[in-house]
Design a protein around this ligand. Structure first.
Ligand code: GLC
Length: 751
């Protein structure tokens, strides 16, 4: 659908060869321009947490540097803020920075579900939950695109591992795909119309995403109404002609004309309709014109202003997991503090791979702590980030710990442990760091552990033997300052977990199927990923989804839930019952006990981050459409809201439910109409079918006491309830005409 007045005129004037040339990049980061036709070339560049502009050369693995840019917290940190408004502001800041670098499309956000903590790219994704990922993904796109710069929603779809990512087939049942791996994409597309969607490298159920007509045309465009350009991940196209036919508009990077020639040949030999080419070219003309015309003539970059935003955001990304005896926040000058751990001096602040940024500047926690404490706080590296542990360093650190009142121990994963391009084998911290921590615990009981890691690490061995634990994730270039802000109470932490922290890797739902083998990975756990697994099975976790502490406390009261039309509305009063201003993340989950289909014990339906001054109360209003309660009926290939009594949970985390309130939902008619193939159990459970069947059986029972005997015997009745009605016909209990009469009666009564 053309919206630019020049598009059709430009299209009409192009030769087939010119059209084909537009379908792939001109270089690594630029689209093809045709000056004589009035089609500008535009620049695209990675994100998602910084504008990785590479004006000379280019790579998609982080091998070559980009121009210095503001390195904001990657998604693992940003997502922990649970704050769409904050995420939108980061999007705006990234859009401004893209403008300053003349980038028209920022290649982000990454919204793939964190299926397994071993995924090397979890640092670049937002959540284990699709609602959380979708809401924050939409905020990101709104922010960037508000600055006249496009985005690329990625990686569509089911790119949940790095192992064999260019070939592996993600084998996912339809319901899991629909309810868990696609909803974040659907939300962002329908709410924000990202300029582009990036297809993933992998296959989905045996078909490359780059050639997946059902994903790219049927779902993305026909069902969700996506109007923009589908761009390949870099090098993801296996065969240009079928990918184009399947809805992949732009192949990146350039193939130096090789695949353009394939398109020309296919049109000329009749195997590809010119209309298919024109459809893609039309979208690319629109993108080029929009991208070019959206560029500001004289965009300047406020490096310090961007850094200040990065520091604020980093502070909101930090998750306080443990704070026994309120050891935190620290008070400057209250007692000798020692900083231990190389990460304090050499921060790990982003993930590796295509998103890797050269920061405009880089804070480190050690300097920031010294500034906050107002003294030259002693430091011992304790270990080396890469390579063999050094006993001399460890001994020195233990001695320092013994001399301090409070130890701040900075541990984490070195960049060699996790990255785009490969997955982790385990979820352990490096052994030398854990060994040193054990010695530090012996030397000093007042230890604050600060972690730097892109995905979950196991902390269950020692977590309860330290008084304080901060999950700092990866916080971008200003993370060092932000950690000091939290440690010294300048910022009251409000981050919440977006990925469950398991007791053991063996407890992870995908433990036995990740990352697959021989080109295939079975999503055998189905819907039961993250808290959906742990909470449904009532399995222990070290820290649950949605969890995080504050330096203050919050009380909930006056909870009200009501259904208004097709919307569920929730209100609750939240009081800051402590002495410090703070932020609470209020979460709403829904549950349907006794559901007719297998469902997680509860699912996140809404959330908000709200600032509440000490001693004050805020009325928090949340809502979500009744349709969000739907499950996907694979048998009927439709979404369906089951009627019944839902439990709405108002919570501070997935395991800290402050209130449970019932609501009645009328629901949709059963998506599987009663028929002779329905079991007697389905007939007896059906609101319309049951009375009709019971009435009919009254006659049958009178005529055939044997049937009555069966239905009146509890054991036999259970067996009967698993029998399709057609079996009653087969055994002669009823005639085919009687059976069809029952079906007709239900249809008439339901009309
Ligand atoms: C990479 C990544 C993708 C990135 C692109 C360009 O391989 O998968 O996220 O945007 O290629 O660098």
């Amino acid at each position: 659908m053309s919206v630019h007045p020049q598009t059709e005129t430009i299209l009409a004037g192009l030769t087939l060869e010119q059209k084909a040339s537009l379908l792939s990049g001109a270089t690594f980061w630029e689209t093809e321009g045709i000056e004589e036709a009035g089609i500008p070339s535009i620049i695209v560049s990675d994100g998602p947490h910084g504008v990785r502009r590479q004006s000379t050369g280019g790579d998609h693995l982080g091998l070559l540097d980009g121009e210095p840019a503001t390195c904001f917290p990657p998604a693992v940190g940003l997502g922990s803020s649970w704050d769409p408004e904050l995420v939108e502001r980061v999007g705006e800041a990234l859009g401004r920075e893209a403008q300053a670098k003349r980038v028209s499309v920022l290649l982000g956000p990454g919204i793939n579900i964190k299926r397994d903590p071993r995924c090397g790219r979890n640092f670049e994704y937002l959540s284990e939950d699709p609602l959380h990922a979708g809401v924050l993904g939409s905020a990101f796109v709104r922010g960037v695109q508000s600055q006249g710069v496009g985005t690329s929603l990625k990686h569509y779809a089911a790119n949940n591992q790095e192992t064999d990512r260019l070939r592996v087939s993600a084998e996912i049942d339809t319901r899991t795909l629909r309810e868990l791996y696609l909803p974040a994409f659907r939300r962002v597309v329908t709410e924000t119309q990202p300029w582009t969607v990036m297809c993933s490298y992998n296959k989905v159920n045996g078909v490359f995403a780059s050639e997946h007509n059902w994903l790219l045309n049927t779902v993305l465009r026909d069902e969700w109404g996506f109007e923009g350009v589908v761009v390949s991940d870099w090098g993801a196209v296996r065969d240009r002609v079928p990918s184009l036919a399947a809805g992949l508009d732009l192949e990146m990077p350039s193939t130096n004309g090789r695949t353009d020639a394939d398109v020309v040949a296919a049109v000329q030999n009749g195997s590809l309709e010119i209309a298919v080419v024109d459809t893609a070219v039309r979208r690319l003309i629109e993108l080029a014109l929009k991208g070019h015309e959206g560029l500001w003539p004289d965009a300047e970059l406020d490096v310090d202003g961007q850094h200040a935003i990065a520091r604020e955001v980093a502070g909101r990304s930090i998750v306080l997991l443990r704070n026994e005896d309120a050891i935190l926040p620290l008070t400057p000058g209250a007692g000798p503090v020692a900083v231990i751990g190389e990460f304090a001096r050499t921060p790990r602040y982003q993930g590796a791979g295509s998103s890797q940024i050269v920061p405009t500047r880089l804070d480190n926690a050690l300097d920031a702590i010294r500034a906050a404490a107002g003294e030259d706080v002693p430091f011992a590296p304790g270990f080396v980030l890469e390579g063999e542990s050094d006993p001399v360093l460890a001994d020195e650190a233990v001695r320092l710990a013994a001399s301090a009142e409070t130890v701040l121990y900075f541990a984490g994963l070195p960049s060699s442990a996790e990255s785009e391009g490969f997955d982790r084998e385990d979820i352990e911290l490096p052994a030398d760091q854990v060994a040193l921590l054990e010695r530090l615990i012996e030397a000093n009981s007042r230890i604050v552990v600060v972690l730097s890691n892109g995905a979950v690490v196991r902390v269950s061995d020692w977590n309860e033997r330290v008084p304080a634990l901060i999950e700092g994730w990866l916080l971008g270039q200003a993370g060092g300052g932000a950690i000091a802000d939290v440690l010294y109470g300048v910022v009251n932490p409000s981050g919440r977990l977006t990925e469950s922290i398991p007791e053991r890797l063996q407890d992870v739902p995908a433990y036995t199927s990740f990352p697959g083998e021989h080109g295939s990975v079975r999503y055998a756990e189905g819907l039961y990923v993250g808290y959906r697994h742990y909470d449904t099975r009532e399995a222990a976790v070290t820290y649950p989804f949605g969890f995080g502490l504050s330096y203050t406390t919050f009380g909930y009261s006056h909870e009200v839930v009501r259904v208004e039309g097709d919307t569920v509305r929730v209100s609750v009063q939240v009081t800051n019952t402590g002495t410090r201003d703070g932020r609470e993340v209020v979460q709403v989950y829904s549950a349907l006990p006794g559901a007719e289909v297998s469902r997680p014990v509860h699912e996140l339906r809404a959330f908000t981050s709200v600032a509440i001054p000490a001693g004050k109360t805020r009325e928090v209003e949340l809502s979500f459409p009744v349709s969000d309660l739907a499950y996907f009926s694979t048998a009927a290939d439709v979404w369906s809201v089951e009627g019944g009594t839902y439990v709405i949970e108002i919570a501070a985390s997935s395991r800290d439910i402050r209130a449970r309130l019932d609501i009645q939902i009328e629901g949709d008619p059963s998506p599987i109409p009663l028929s002779v193939n329905s079991t007697l159990g389905e007939w007896f459970a059906h609101p319309v079918g049951a009375p009709i069947l019971n009435a009919a059986f009254a006659q049958v029972l009178a005529a055939t006491p044997a049937v009555g005997g069966m239905l009146n015997d509890p054991h036999l009745r259970k067996m009967a309830e698993q029998m399709p009605m057609s079996q009653m016909v087969a055994f002669g209990a009823i005639t085919p005409e009687q059976a069809q009469g029952l079906v007709d009666a239900v249809e008439q009564a339901s009309a």
